[in-house]
Write a protein that binds this ligand. Structure first.
Ligand code: NAP
Length: 272
């Protein structure tokens, strides 16, 4: 099968990494279905086939997969990318919010994968690409629930890779570093609303300031095209890597955590 004919389904295509990847893959000639809750944002991407989808609404996931199969009779690539950061202290975050974080970042992704797998097994081919994060290997202050979802996604994806290998399906994990998208401002807003006035406000203030200066300052992070390039490479490869690390700070922070240990990493990652 040539690249031109490959059918790709991207979640979280209305913004940031998903949008940049949709644009790149469209440019490269793939048939791209992009999904999000805000479909008006999708409509601005020329050539995209827009799907309205909420990761927590399983009926919308079923409808999306049915539509792609009805129109194309196959799905070659599932790029599981939609997600956000539920920042705020563990003590103050309502368990309902923590569950919602898992519903979007892990269970919705898992349900969508379950819906796509029978088609990929039938085709005897397919690539599932999961957007984890450097945060699937490291951790940041007040990010417990976010990191819990991404650390979980890492192990879940590794197990999935073993399960589906014999059906000709690849599973790829993307570990972005700091990428200039709306992810940062959403995480800061959550952090401020949950931990802005209670016992964690000092840590919250320092963390929010650091995040603001990186995510909201122009040019200090990598553009989303850095991840789009990596996804494009994985999609085109006959034998993609199991993991791709790309984007600002990712390699350095993962190195410090892995080789210098938790105490040194704690010092590096805690804002003064
Ligand atoms: P972004 O610009 O905020 O994009 C997030 C996307 O997810 C949007 O298209 C959003 O669309 C979609 N989304 C959020 N909640 C959803 C829901 N309930 N149902 C359906 N779609 C939903 O952020 P981004 O940086 O591109 O994030 C993409 C992925 O990269 C996330 O998984 C994030 O955790 C990961 N990541 C980001 C960074 C970074 O520094 N930016 C670093 C590491 C990992 P709608 O709001 O329209 O639904």
């Amino acid at each position: 099968m040539t690249n031109i004919q490959k059918v790709v389904l991207i979640t979280g295509a209305s913004s940031g990494i998903g949008k940049a990847t949709a644009e790149k893959l469209l440019e490269e000639g793939y048939i791209v279905y992009g999904s999000a809750r805000k479909t008006e944002e999708l409509e601005s991407i020329k050539g995209i086939r827009a799907l309205k989808l909420d990761m927590t609404d399983y009926a919308s996931l079923e409808k999306a997969v049915e539509k792609v199969i009805h129109e194309q009779n196959r799905i070659d690539v599932l790029f599981n990318n939609a997600g956000y950061g539920q920042y705020g202290s563990v003590e103050e975050t309502p368990i309902e919010d923590a569950k919602y974080q898992f519903d979007v970042n892990l269970f919705g992704l898992a349900r969508l994968t379950q819906l796509v797998l029978p088609h990929m097994r039938k085709q005897k081919s397919g690539t599932i690409i999961n957007t984890s994060s450097m945060g699937g290997k490291i951790y940041t202050p007040l990010g417990a629930w976010y990191h819990a979802t991404k650390h979980a996604l890492e192990g879940w994806s590794d197990c999935l890779r073993l399960e589906v290998k014999s059906f000709g399906i690849d599973v790829v994990i993307i570990e972005p570093g700091g990428i200039q998208t709306s992810w940062g401002s959403i995480a800061i807003k959550k952090m401020m609303s949950i931990s802005g006035s209670g016992p964690y406000k000092k840590l919250m203030k320092a963390s929010a300031e650091r995040m603001k200066s990186t995510y909201e300052g122009q040019g200090s992070l990598s553009p989303p095209s850095v991840i789009a390039d990596v996804v494009s490479k994985a999609v085109a490869s006959p034998r993609p890597k199991t993991r791709y690390v790309a984007g600002k700070y990712a390699k350095q922070l993962m190195f410090i955590r892995k080789y210098l240990g938790d105490r040194i990493f704690d010092r590096v990652i805690t804002p003064k």
